[in-house]
Design a protein around this ligand. Structure first.
Ligand SMILES: Nc1ncnc2c1ncn2[C@@H]1O[C@H](COP(=O)(O)OP(=O)(O)OP(=O)(O)O)[C@@H](O)[C@H]1O
Ligand SMILES: [Mg+2]
Length: 261
């Protein structure tokens, strides 16, 4: 279980005559073991900052974040991260990228080869084992990144707009791949997205954050049974819930656009 308690994060000013930036303010949430939680919120509201604190890349200014009762202070292999793009090692092949975390733990290739091939197959990457990452499309690169993150069976998977740079069709396929892998061993997922439809399709719960400084605007429980298929997003129940989430998010996004004018 991840517990986020009264967490705030203030960044020191970049120049002397500037104000500090309060990125996250008094945020509390609890994420259960094996739960898939999505976070939506306007640009700059502190979503990435929150994810970086859960990953252990950044420290909280006040408040605590704990995993199973132990405070998170630094990065750890039990919390895997997938970024929007550019997360692969360009000097390694697709196979070597996926096998990376296992190579650190195991003795020889024979001990993990079967698992690597299984993940490559689930992600539709068979035949591309020996490619360099930069010879793959963006969608394929993200599949490699997700396979690499999940193959070590981390307790927690942290994803920061992992499909944000992909076109709509590729994105639908990726959502399917992700759900399929997640069903395998149900890690706890914290998934950040700009796309409300994606959040409602994937999540057990969706948190909407306010404009900066990011606080919790509202939390939605998503009641649809699993396994979920993309066609769910065409049903009236889905569309009505999506509208409810958008109604909370819209004023927050509008506030950010007003500040930019
Ligand atoms: N290292 C840093 N130093 C100073 N300010 C920072 C730093 N990282 C983030 N910020 C500021 O904190 C605020 C929140 O940034 P963050 O990247 O968490 O937002 P976000 O919700 O992820 O936005 P987006 O949706 O655009 O990705 C922004 O105003 C940003 O400029
Ligand atoms: Mg961000």
């Amino acid at each position: 279980m991840i517990s986020i308690e009264n967490v705030s994060k203030t960044f020191a000013p970049r120049r002397r005559n500037m104000m500090p930036t309060v990125a996250v303010q008094q945020l509390s949430m609890t994420i259960q073991d094996g739960e898939f939680v999505c976070i939506v919120g306007p640009s700059g509201c502190g979503k990435t900052t929150l994810l970086h604190m859960v990953a252990g890349f950044e420290q909280t200014t006040t408040g605590t974040i704990a995993l199973d009762g132990i405070e998170i202070k630094k990065p750890d292999a039990e919390r895997a991260v997938v970024f929007q793009q550019h997360g692969l090692f360009p000097w390694l092949t697709v196979y070597q990228n996926v096998a990376f975390g296992l190579r650190l733990r195991n003795r020889g290739q024979s001990s993990y080869d079967g698992l690597v091939r299984k993940y490559l197959s689930i992600m539709g990457l068979e035949g591309f084992e020996n490619y360099a990452p930069y010879h793959l499309s963006g969608g394929m690169q993200q599949r490699v990144a997700i396979a690499r993150a999940l193959i070590t069976q981390p307790k927690v998977l942290l994803m920061d707009e992992p499909f944000g740079a992909l076109d709509a069709q590729t994105r639908n396929g990726m959502q399917r791949f992700l759900l399929e892998l997640w069903e395998e061993f149900r890690p706890t997922v914290l998934f950040i997205t700009h796309d409300v439809e994606e959040a409602v399709l994937l999540g057990d719960r969706v948190f909407v954050m306010t404009a900066r400084p990011g606080k919790l605007a509202k939390e939605f429980s998503i009641p649809f049974p699993r396994p979920r298929a993309w066609e769910l997003s065409l049903t009236p129940e889905f569309l009505s819930l999506k509208k409810d989430v958008l109604d909370v998010l819209r004023p927050e996004v509008e506030q950010v656009s007003k500040e930019l004018v």
